[in-house]
Design a protein around this ligand. Structure first.
Ligand SMILES: Nc1ncnc2c1ncn2[C@@H]1O[C@H](COP(=O)(O)OP(=O)(O)OP(=O)(O)O)[C@@H](O)[C@H]1O
Length: 211
């Protein structure tokens, strides 16, 4: 199915950009550009800074030098990104549906409905369950459903396939591909193979261990 473009023309551009933790440079002098409809996969061994790079692009960690910007974005449109980290940010005492309703309220109910999002990620039958009872893979699916209830053009995904089964991997591929078809941008750190239907829309940035 071809989706319609819903986002304006955007480019995430990083120039001579370095990031790190605790005063230690992890990724140095990076320059890259990701335009709408395209995906950047971050690869590299454990501890090379993939999560740190995502946290920096999310505005949670300050860059060490250089700069990056989402060109074409209108500040009046509000936040432009979703950050989906290692932790699923789930409220255990709320139901699965209430978790998504909460996020739709906080981030804006601009996407599909929480019920539709749960169906999409395969959790439709569990919507009334306390989210604390979800399995690891089900929790990951709930975290991914958050991407769908609020439209934001830039998705920053840290190990989106973590804990997911084979069908879950296919789900991540579908979600990313659908987002790209709508003109969105995706930057994803992964140790898994994420094979998108349009390889020409995928760039890879491999981080290396500093000696
Ligand atoms: N707050 C911190 N202070 C100091 N060092 C930190 C801090 N947070 C992370 N680090 C270190 O930064 C390095 C990079 O961590 P990061 O999580 O970005 O790597 P990664 O490439 O995502 O790894 P993985 O593949 O294991 O997920 C690691 O050596 C880690 O110990």
């Amino acid at each position: 199915m071809t989706e319609r473009q819903v986002y304006p023309e955007l480019t995430l551009r990083a120039t001579a950009f370095s990031c790190g933790r605790g005063g230690m440079v992890l990724a140095d002098a990076l320059s890259f550009a990701v335009t709408g409809g395209n995906c950047l996969l971050l690869r590299g061994p454990n501890g090379t800074g993939k999560s740190t790079l995502l946290l920096t692009l999310a505005g949670i960690v300050a860059p060490m030098s250089g700069h990056f910007a989402l060109e074409g974005a209108d500040a009046d449109d509000g936040p432009h990104l979703h950050y989906c980290g290692h932790r699923n940010a789930i409220k255990a005492r709320l139901s699965v549906l209430e978790n998504l309703q909460l996020w739709a309220t906080l981030n804006g109910a601009t996407g599909i409905t929480p019920s539709e999002a749960l169906e999409t990620v395969g959790l439709g039958d569990l919507s009334m369950l306390d989210a604390g009872y979800l399995s690891a893979g089900q929790s990951r699916r709930l975290a991914l459903a958050r991407l769908l209830v609020s439209e934001r053009p830039l998705w920053l995904l840290d190990e989106p396939t973590a804990a997911l089964d084979t069908e879950g991997h296919a789900l991540v591929t579908r979600l990313i591909d659908g987002h790209l078809q709508r003109g969105g941008l995706v930057i994803a750190a992964t140790h898994d193979d994420i094979t998108l239907p349009h390889p020409n829309r995928v760039q890879t940035l491999t981080l290396v261990r500093k000696s």
